[in-house]
Design a protein around this ligand. Structure first.
Ligand code: ATP
Ligand code: MG
Length: 576
């Protein structure tokens, strides 16, 4: 793989982090090791992923979004997910209010007038070309902000982007004169953004990243072990998304308008565009306040429309969508073979994560010990709309001084599919009452190779100590005050779809949404197979025995046991 260098030399790079979403994009840089999302020339940090052409002039971001009402035929939106895809496999649902995707030799293109002049013909542009033009605008904004030309970036991608999609993205960036240092998965960027905070403690933990965007929701269960991230399970959904919440409000206000004026504003494209824009604004206002106004000038047939809605009403009409978000999160935990009690943190990311109801519903699913990191549940939460770009910028600053080839070889596998342990490995310890309990040393889902050490107290009077190394797995102990059968709730919306399935199991919703169960559930260790026994002889009175467990890359285990402060010890290797 020794190609001649195509990008800039490490010393000549100016690197940023980029999030390129279907709905919004962001650019971020690091200043003194701290990540910062850059506002573009319009002052926006969430930049709508939209291009619009008016008299040959190109607009992007918020300005282009505003043109969706007056200039939909020359505006392209929701195209990121079409990169690297065949026309027959795309879902054009969200393109009804802007230029429609078309089939050009099996791949996706858009036809619009991007040049000035009455007689200029419309251009047919591939989705790659549209992406290149959009990325170029992001890079220009970042370069202007930084006062130097941005050459390189780390770009975040969904965990289910395939090789073709990745290659198409890298090529589109390259055509925009942008070197892609690395593509990192969105949930890992999110965890990085939190772990990079100076006050963050890097401890082993299970994190659920729920990235809730405009047109897709992606949830991942990530094991963070010794600073390495392993993705245990993912789910991708297109039904329980921000746009579905907009739709609820569109229908709500349309009905109100029909009642008053006997006209359905959804039947006229321009009226629908206005309704859509205002519904989204009202939805965002309801994330902050408990009341929001809704006002559109000349909504249909010249009639102005004004109304209000409070948060409670919104939460009632949008309830099926809110329930879908919760089920989606639960389904992924199940897919990872875990229980909500195994989850240490839930990080809400993406624009829709600002919605208070989503966070509070998740709070009801998880035990109090699980931290729910979102603006409405945690005072120290990072803005969910900025997490991915921040994580990408941090990664960019870490790797920008390496040669492209070294980056490609060293880092990308580390965060996705590294081998990891399934069960915990630990030692057996005796309680005062003489009961054997499992003390975990290597947690389950630890990326290997891994090395962990514990100290075990020797018997009071010293002597020979027998250390038993065993596997352990958790089970959930349920303590029910009064057994009662939980009926599946009868909502008609099916359990969240799980696309990239590797378990094949259906996630049936077995919790009642009233959430009134009183049973107590706790995680308990079960002692599994014995892996090894090590005898450490003649241990001094009151001494400690140190046990080190090495899980090697091939999952074989090496155990060392020795008395602290003494020479010698026992060592043995078990095959995988
Ligand atoms: P996708 O790729 O899923 O289309 P994205 O990742 O590009 O989306 P995000 O910016 O993460 O986009 O999410 C956009 C969604 O978040 C939109 O539906 C938007 O209305 C919603 N959103 C943004 N801010 C808020 C807010 N304060 N309250 C509620 N929803 C919000
Ligand atoms: Mg997103």
């Amino acid at each position: 793989m020794s190609e001649t260098r195509t990008g800039p030399a490490p010393g000549d790079r100016t690197a940023i982090g980029i999030t390129f979403g279907n709905s919004n994009s962001s650019i971020a840089c690091t200043v003194d090791d701290k990540a910062e999302v850059i506002a573009n020339e319009d002052g926006d940090r969430q930049i709508p992923t939209i291009l619009s052409y008016v008299d040959g002039e190109e607009y992007y971001g918020q300005q282009a979004k505003a043109f969706l009402v007056r200039n939909p035929k020359n505006s392209v939106a929701y195209f990121r997910d079409f990169l690297g895809k065949e026309f027959k496999s795309i879902d054009p649902t969200y393109n009804h209010a802007s230029v429609h995707p078309q089939d050009v030799d099996g791949s996706v293109a858009f036809t619009l007038k991007d040049k000035a002049g009455e007689d200029e013909a419309a251009s047919t542009l591939s989705v790659s070309e549209i992406s290149t033009r959009f990325l170029r605008r992001l890079v220009t904004s970042a370069s202007e902000y930084l006062g130097q030309k941005v050459t390189s970036a780390v770009i975040t991608i969904p965990t289910n982007f395939n090789d073709k999609q990745k290659a198409a993205l890298v090529a589109a960036a390259k055509a925009a004169d942008l070197e892609v240092l690395q593509l990192i998965s969105e949930p890992v960027a999110v965890v990085l953004a939190y772990d990079a905070r100076p006050e963050a403690e890097i401890v082993d933990k299970i994190v659920v990243v729920a990235d809730l965007g405009g047109t897709r929701s992606d949830v991942a269960v990530v094991a963070s072990r010794g600073g390495l991230y392993t993705i245990l399970a993912t789910a991708h959904d297109h039904e329980f998304v921000g746009a579905a919440l907009d739709k609820v409000l569109i229908n709500h206000f349309a009905k109100e308008f029909i009642k008053k004026h006997k006209i359905d504003p959804r039947e006229n494209a321009r009226s629908l565009a206005k309704l859509t824009a205002e519904s989204e604004a009202t939805k965002k206002a309801l994330s902050l306040g408990t009341n929001a106004s809704f006002s559109v000038e000349s909504l249909a047939e010249g009639i102005d429309f004004q109304s209000t809605i409070n948060r409670l009403r919104f939460e009632t009409v949008a309830r099926p969508v809110f329930e879908g978000f919760s089920r989606l999160v639960e389904s992924v935990i199940k897919k990872a073979g875990l229980d909500v009690l195994d989850v240490d943190e839930v990080i809400l990311s993406g624009g829709t994560a600002h919605t208070p109801r989503i966070a509070s519903n998740l709070g009801n699913i998880f035990p109090a010990s699980t931290a729910i990191l979102s603006p409405s549940t945690s005072a120290t939460a990072i803005n969910p709309s900025e997490l991915q770009a921040r994580g990408a910028a941090l990664q960019a600053s870490l790797i920008q001084e390496y040669e492209a080839e070294d980056i490609a070889q060293s880092t990308h596998a580390a965060v996705t599919t590294v081998p990891h342990t399934t069960n915990a490995i630990g030692v057996i310890s005796l309680t005062e009452s003489g009961e054997e309990v499992f003390v975990p040393v290597v947690q389950p889902e630890t990326a290997v190779p891994a090395r962990r050490t514990v100290q075990v107290a020797a018997p009071k009077n010293g002597g020979d100590v027998l250390i038993k190394i065993v596997e352990g797995n958790t089970h959930i102990k349920v303590i029910k005050p009064e057994p009662k059968v939980q009926a599946a709730n009868g909502t008609n919306s099916k359990a969240a779809k799980v696309e990239d399935d590797n378990s094949g199991e259906d996630s049936d919703d077995e919790f009642s949404d009233e959430e009134e169960e009183e049973e107590k559930r706790e995680k308990a260790w079960k002692i599994g197979a014995t892996l090894a026994e090590a005898a450490v002889r003649h241990v001094k009175k009151g001494a400690q025995v140190e046990v080190t467990i090495n899980v090697n890359a091939d999952l074989s285990v090496t155990v060392t046991a020795r008395e602290v402060g003494a020479k010698g010890g026992v060592r043995g290797t078990l095959s995988a």
